[in-house]
Design a protein around this ligand. Sequence first.
Ligand code: SER
Length: 323
Amino acid sequence: MRILLTGAGGQIGHDLIGTLVAAGHEVTPTDLAPRPPSHAHAGGEWQRLDVTDAAAVTKLFTEVRPELVFHLAAILSARGEADPRLAYDVNQTGTWNVLEACRALHVGRLIFTSSIAVFGPPPSGPLPDPTPDDVPLHPTTMYGVTKVSGELLCAYYRARHGVDCRGVRFPGLISAAMPGGGSSDYALFMYVDGVRKGAYEAFARADTRIPLMYMPDGVRALLELAMADRERLTRTIYNIAAMSPRADEIATSVRRLLPDAQFTYKPEAVRQGILDSWPKALDDAAARRDWGWAHAYDLDAMTDDLVPRVRRMLELGATLNTH
Ligand code: SER
């Protein structure tokens, strides 16, 4: 299948490209930035693409003629609060441009990556725990606002123009790739700094609890949703869940492998505020029912797999990924 990825230089692209290439697909990874060294292994012919540039999106889609698009380009929550205009341009206008290109060029299928950041505390009281798919959405960040809008646009383009757009609301994703700009990054840095420094001061409280997922599960979710029969899907966008450990429970899990690692907690107001506005856990019953979603990694299984990978990544000299 001919598959195009936007935002391929980010944390999801790092793992998704390689999986798609290994499965024999013809993959075109695209990003505003050149291929990062950390993605060198992944394969596919990298193309520069700025999703905010409508003409460039249409031109590249016309050349590549993808049958399936994974729209990953986005500015994450914390970086988006530092630069809301950039977050609006990339997340909002970028999604519009990609949907328009899919409509005009009859792209068969579009996968949208939404997020727990679409949720926020409703005026009527706290979010239900776990939080189901259909609750009033009150995002507190520009990232969340644009993801809500992206979800609605996906449903609109599907109903109005027949673009087969479908998506997941990802928990915070953890993998052996440097993240950047997310509020959930404290979780990955417990692994990265636990390995490289033997210590990490988290920007979140010890009792912070949000939905998290190990990247191999996240990549599999995207592939399974992309390949699911349309008739089985009762929704456009699905909650998916794996685990919801507290920050200090992640520390305990990491210390099983790195007994000397020290973890301390110094909450930083903006990111802690964002984390506190998100659900503590997601109810993903619809995904499990409609397309058989099931996570494979719990916290300790993730830790066992991830610590050696982080060690390898650091030995290879990873640099901070700013996507
Ligand atoms: N992980 C993202 C963030 O922290 C949420 O989707 O912004």
